[in-house]
Design a protein around this ligand. Structure first.
Ligand code: 13P
Ligand code: SF4
Length: 402
């Protein structure tokens, strides 16, 4: 057995998560120099970008954007702040943006306003002539950081020892993982999923094996397993800090779904008490949540789905409808603004943006774009050849099942 009791650790991105929690009226971007006072790691940036006003940032980004033309495609995840996403050529959830990244061969550069695993995925799916840029390399994801390669390889060795090789367990990695883990899925007959196709990816996997290792989000895994008709008794948690993930060999042999003990710090803030309070305040409210929320929250909601799903449902809802939303605040605020004829509010009264998404300040976007105009590629994300080959296999399987 490889996994011994290890000292439990918490990713630094998780520790930094509450740094941006603030009153609603302070969410608007300030000059970067002001924002740097928030106690998190920011990537170093030339000092000339620290004190540019919001208006000047807008003007300069607009100017370089026009100069670069189709040489650059800017992608923006729904959680990006307003001051950044307005420059995106394409907005979307992880799944849509991965398809958008793959379908712009005319652009030499893909500037990904999102987090590190998204830029890595774009790098795997783009052509070899294209370069993918992440404006701030400190924009990671605390959930992805909960499944480091060494811990996953230890777990995989243990599972193979207990359950046997040859498809006794299929690895299914959520998009929110490092590329190395996606490559492991490609090598071991597994697949990638996003929140919009997790059920299809699990179905694909159960056609090949009676058992799935789902990582790193236990909540998305559990919520999806339940939707497919599995019982909680069919599932076990894999705690990477305990021998055999805290399980007995018998329990692992009986399990159909092995859930990595990871979570999203943004979505686990939502509670059933918040839902009850929303229902009390607005008897007609519809609750819509992201499936990274806990099982209790997803079950108490009226519906759940990816960020793109949430956006679509609210945009298409009838005037006068009321929506309590369990997802990141930048998206909820945007939906509220775009739908003035509806009541749209975040279930969590404390305003806490995803602190890693929030690190894409417009000054970073300007920095990388001005670099391109001068012929300097700042913050290129690269994936080594072997990782690229195998993670592409797992990603292409995903693109085929949906
Ligand atoms: P979506 O794929 O739904 O955009 O989710 C990505 C994510 O990181 C949610 O926390
Ligand atoms: Fe990661 Fe959660 Fe932020 Fe999504 S919202 S990028 S899962 S930390």
């Amino acid at each position: 057995m490889v996994t011994r009791t290890k000292q439990p650790t918490v990713p630094i991105t998780e520790i930094e998560h509450s740094a941006f929690c603030r009153p609603e009226n302070e969410l608007k971007a300030k000059a970067l120099g002001e924002e740097l006072k928030v106690n998190v790691r920011w990537q170093r940036i030339p000092t000339e970008y620290l004190h540019i006003s919001a208006e000047e940032l807008d003007r300069r980004i607009e100017r370089v954007r026009t100069e670069l033309g189709s040489k650059v495609t800017i992608l923006g995840h729904h959680y990006q702040r307003e001051e950044v996403i307005k420059f995106a050529d394409y907005q979307g959830d992880s799944f849509k943006l991965s398809a958008d990244a793959a379908s712009h061969p005319e652009s030499d550069y893909i500037v990904f306003c999102g987090v590190h695993f998204m830029a890595e995925t774009a790098c795997v799916l783009c052509g070899p002539h294209q370069k993918v840029i992440l404006p701030n390399t400190a924009a990671g994801c605390s959930m992805a950081d909960m499944a480091p390669m060494d811990d996953v390889l230890d777990a995989w060795d243990d599972l193979t020892e207990v359950l046997g090789g040859d498809g006794a367990v299929v690895p299914v990695a959520y998009m929110n993982t490092i590329a190395g883990l996606k490559a492991l899925c490609g090598k071991q007959g597994g697949i990638i999923c996003t929140s919009s196709n997790a059920a299809a990816a699990l179905e694909w996997s159960y056609q090949r094996s009676e058992r799935v290792l789902f990582l790193p989000d236990q909540h998305l895994g559990r919520n999806t397993g339940l939707k497919l008709g599995l019982d909680l008794e069919d599932m076990v948690i894999w705690n990477p800090f305990r021998p055999l993930g805290g399980n007995t060999p018998e329990r692992l042999r009986k399990a159909k779904l092995i859930l990595w003990q990871g979570h999203c710090s943004v979505h686990t803030r939502f509670t059933t008490r918040q839902i009850a309070a929303a229902r009390e305040r607005y008897p007609d409210v519809k609750i819509i949540a992201h499936p990274e929320c806990t099982m209790e929250v997803v079950q108490a909601a009226d519906m759940d789905g990816s960020t793109e799903f949430i956006r679509k449902v609210i945009n298409e809802a009838p005037a006068g409808s009321v929506w309590g939303v369990g997802t990141e605040i930048s998206l909820v605020n945007r939906l509220a603004k775009q739908n003035p004829d509806k009541t749209v509010f975040c279930l969590d009264p404390v305003v806490c943006p995803c602190s890693t998404m929030y690190r894409i300040h417009p000054a970073y976007l300007l920095w990388v774009l001005e670099g391109l105009v001068k012929g300097v590629v700042v913050n290129q994300i690269v994936v080594d050849e072997e990782t690229l080959r195998y993670s592409r296999i797992a990603l292409e399987r995903m693109l085929q099942v949906v």
